[in-house]
Design a protein around this ligand. Structure first.
Ligand code: 5RP
Length: 267
């Protein structure tokens, strides 16, 4: 791995503890104005101080993130479909030149193992890895799951391993029972997505169990920006990931931030 690739990866997974807190705000690329992300700039700005990196599209990056914020960017470079159509029909949607121009620290692309367009997404991953290697930009593969697909260790293990075999540098997947087996059989760092909004305590448990199970961190979106205290949630999640605190301690951080100025305006 060359210097640029290592340096960019170090901006995502902190070398001090090998852990990562990513803020996922890329949902609009197929969901449109997702609840909590209607005005991305307003949602993102108060959360940035607590995120090691931010995962988003180039449209939201250009319009809604201050370049002076100096936050490492994981750029979503796959898309081309919407929630109204077959989700797996994705292609690469950003050129490597634009990723370089935007000074991104990694590029993210979804793979849809077992879906109609499985091959297309896997070949896109391999092509993106080639481009990333050429320019020293790591690739994060997202193991997307179709509506009717299982989220068990067998399936997620299959998806993560294929991503690693095709050359991805980091993989994002879901937490599941026997998650440690998914991690053990995947030779690259594993990060977990938060998934649909759940009660805060459950999202904190998810983050805790995932890092206990071997994940290097979280790439969490809805369970942060749809919370009644987004800042409280990201601070609590961050403390679980980096400070290795318990769920009960993290919950106190979340509770203590509720109702303060940092609370998101109602609605
Ligand atoms: C969508 C994504 C999202 O970034 C990912 O799902 C993380 O967000 P959330 O915690 O809301 O699930 O990659 O394909």
């Amino acid at each position: 791995m060359d210097w640029g690739m290592k340096n960019r990866l170090a901006r995502i997974i902190k070398p001090e503890d090998g852990r990562a807190v990513m803020l996922a705000v890329d949902h609009g690329y197929f969901l449109g104005p997702t609840s909590g992300l209607e005005e991305p700039r307003k949602t993102i700005a108060p959360l940035l101080p607590y995120a090691d990196s931010i995962m988003l599209t180039r449209g939201v990056l250009r319009t809604s993130v201050d370049p002076n914020a100096n936050v490492p960017v994981v750029l979503r470079v796959s898309g081309g479909t919407s929630i109204l159509k077959e989700l797996s029909n994705e292609d690469i949607t950003v050129s490597i030149e634009d990723a370089v121009r935007l000074n991104v620290s990694a590029m993210a692309l979804s793979i849809f193992v077992g879906s109609e367009f499985e091959k297309q997404t896997l070949v896109s991953l391999a092509k993106l890895v080639d481009e990333g290697e050429r320019c020293g930009i790591p690739v994060l593969a997202v193991t997307a799951v179709g509506k009717d697909m299982a989220r068990d260790a067998r399936y997620l293990g299959l998806s993560c391993r294929i991503a690693a075999e095709l050359g991805a540098h980091v993989v994002k997947t879901y937490y599941c029972d026997d998650f440690d087996k998914v991690v053990e059989s995947c030779p690259i760092p594993v990060i977990i997505a938060g998934g649909k909004k759940t009660p805060e305590i459950e999202a904190l448990e998810l983050a805790f169990n995932a890092v206990q199970g071997g994940a290097v961190g979280v790439d969490m979106g809805r369970n942060i920006f749809q919370s009644d205290s987004p800042v409280g949630m990201i601070r609590a999640v961050r403390a679980i990931v980096h400070d290795k605190i318990s769920v009960a301690e993290a919950s106190k951080i979340y509770e203590s931030t509720k109702g303060t100025k940092a609370r998101r305006a109602a609605g």
